[in-house]
Write a protein that binds this ligand. Structure first.
Ligand SMILES: Nc1ncnc2c1ncn2[C@@H]1O[C@H](COP(=O)(O)OP(=O)(O)OP(=O)(O)O)[C@@H](O)[C@H]1O
Ligand SMILES: O=C(O)C1=C[C@@H](O)[C@@H](O)[C@H](O)C1
Ligand SMILES: [Mg+2]
Length: 173
């Protein structure tokens, strides 16, 4: 059994994944953490030293490694993972699995991201709320096509982490 969490940067994949893991007693993996462990560098360092194309290739290799393991896992994907190569097809083709898109409005995402954008290289150069808002609006529009291929969509607006975990548990039945 593998449960994949998808969604934009700041949507709560890492936080919700950890909480869901505690509830279900299924080990948690964060793809971003696995990438950093493999590269022995932070994601910001990988982007700065090797560029985004290299990062996306590495991200795909680490995803394939996760998909090749038989272990039960809850996996927080990177914000961009579903949007490159045929990653989302690979994710959805995995048997005995489900995927959850943690959906948030642009307004709620930017409010969160403004406070913690520095370790997120895709947005670290955006300095004002207005710049961030413009970027996220367009980027989320482009990416929604991929996120919406998740098997479940969870509306995370104005919900506590506990409420979101409960919604996921309800979907799992
Ligand atoms: N439901 C929620 N209510 C309030 N704050 C939340 C909620 N979910 C997540 N957060 C907070 O929002 C921030 C972003 O969450 P998190 O790091 O889990 O996002 P992410 O989807 O893993 O982002 P990334 O794709 O960049 O890794 C964190 O500070 C987290 O504590
Ligand atoms: O949305 C994205 O493209 C990213 C999200 C993060 O999870 C990291 O995977 C990285 O910062 C890129
Ligand atoms: Mg995360």
């Amino acid at each position: 059994m593998k449960l994949f969490l998808t969604g934009y940067m700041g949507s709560g994949k890492s936080l919700i994944g950890k909480k869901l893991s505690e509830k279900l007693k299924i080990p948690f993996q964060d793809l971003d953490f696995l990438i950093e462990k493999e590269a022995k560098k932070t994601i910001s360092q990988i982007f700065a030293e090797s560029g985004e194309i290299y990062f996306r290739k590495l991200e795909r290799e680490i995803l394939k490694g996760v998909l090749n393991s038989e272990a039960d896992q809850i996996i927080a994907l990177g914000g961009g993972t579903p949007c490159y190569y045929d990653n989302m097809e690979l994710i959805n083709a995995f048997t005995n699995s489900s995927s959850f898109y943690l959906k948030l409005s642009v307004e709620n995402l930017t409010r969160r991201l403004l406070k913690e954008k520095d370790h997120r290289p895709m947005i670290s150069h955006l300095n004002s709320q207005k710049e961030l808002d413009e970027f996220v609006r367009k980027h989320l529009f482009e990416r929604s096509f991929y996120y919406n291929q998740s098997k479940n969509v969870i509306d995370c607006n104005h919900k506590s982490p506990e409420e979101i975990v409960d919604l996921i548990l309800q979907k799992l039945g």
